[in-house]
Design a protein around this ligand. Structure first.
Ligand SMILES: [Zn+2]
Ligand SMILES: [Zn+2]
Ligand SMILES: [Zn+2]
Length: 315
């Protein structure tokens, strides 16, 4: 029972065809001769579909089936050779061929060195193999953009709302969403249309949030600064499902600069005087931040620090 390949455009996987379905007697026509001219040996014709012929590729010895009119009028392309060429080109480009693209015959799916699957045109792979292009994995790239955004206090949301190339849509820690070029996000040469350039001069808050995890996994506190603590709580922490969150307390300050300074001061007090209440990043799989989270035992101490802050900053 030979394994038979189908035309590449049919995108059918190779399959076993029973011997009795193939009539291997030499035909009394030009098929054997035509086959040889086109790089194949004639293998047989289909017993049920008389227009279908089976050819054996002279270079890879695989068998494929084509319609007789393709043999007469065109150069049949060996699907097995095509796939092995694709695989060879892929490994020359440092990739692994996974499968041809199911919807686009010019593309295939590859495993990139980072482990992600990428879809590329064959021509692109040849360029990469010859050093004229580089492979950039979209998944890794977006991950990097997200990290670069986090470093600037922004969250990557996705494609730019205006669809501009090289831009993405981001959300600032203040809650404002904006399109920014990825280059500017990396360098920090841009400002938030909502809170800059005057955020540091405008009123802001130091807040205390309470998070209640489901299934008795505990309660946690977060101290931070924001112009809109509630919107920050609702939209920016990427909380996992089932977490109850609320703003316990907020202290209004005249400027963002003061709020930032006071917030940092509180974190410093907590880290130096109460390191046992500081939750480390490895425990924080339920929220999109990696620091500034404290154990519930810290509540009285944080409340006292906020009361002190209120007294110091109330005129
Ligand atoms: Zn072949
Ligand atoms: Zn990747
Ligand atoms: Zn902002």
């Amino acid at each position: 029972m030979p394994i038979v390949h189908f035309s590449r455009r049919s995108r059918r996987a190779p399959t076993h065809v029973p011997d009795q379905d193939i009539d291997q007697r030499p035909p009394r026509n030009s098929w054997p001769l035509l086959s040889r001219e086109k790089g194949y040996t004639y293998f047989g014709r289909d017993r049920r579909d008389r227009g279908k012929v089976y050819l054996r590729c002279m270079s890879c010895h695989a068998i494929m089936t084509v319609h007789a009119h393709v043999l007469r009028t065109a150069q049949p392309e060996c699907t097995s050779c095509y796939l092995s060429d694709l695989a060879t080109e892929a490994s020359a480009a440092g990739l692994e061929l996974i499968r041809p693209c199911p919807t686009d015959s010019h593309r295939a799916i590859y495993r990139a060195p980072c482990g992600h699957e990428v879809s590329r045109q064959r021509g692109r792979i040849q360029q990469i193999a010859s050093g004229r292009a580089a492979l950039r994995c979209e998944i890794c790239l977006e991950k990097r953009y997200a990290e670069e955004a986090r470093a600037q206090g922004w969250t990557l949301l996705g494609k730019a709302s205006n669809g501009r190339l090289g831009y993405r849509q981001y959300r600032h820690d203040c809650g404002h969403q904006q399109d920014i070029s990825v280059g500017n996000m990396l360098s920090g040469r841009f400002s938030c249309n909502s809170c800059s350039p005057n955020w540091s001069a405008e009123p802001s808050f130091v807040y205390l949030d309470l998070f209640e995890l489901p299934d008795g996994r505990g309660e946690y506190l977060k101290v931070g600064m924001s112009r809109r603590p509630l919107s920050r709580l609702r939209h920016q922490f990427a909380l996992t499902d089932g977490i109850r969150a609320k703003v316990l307390e907020k202290v209004g300050l005249k400027t963002g600069a003061t709020a930032l300074r006071e917030e940092k001061r509180m974190h410093k007090v907590m880290r130096t005087e109460h390191p046992e209440w500081v939750v480390c990043a490895t425990e924080l799989d339920w929220i999109g931040v990696s620091s500034e989270i404290y154990r519930i035992d810290a509540l009285p101490r944080i409340r006292a620090l906020l009361a002190d802050l209120r007294v110091r900053t109330t005129p």
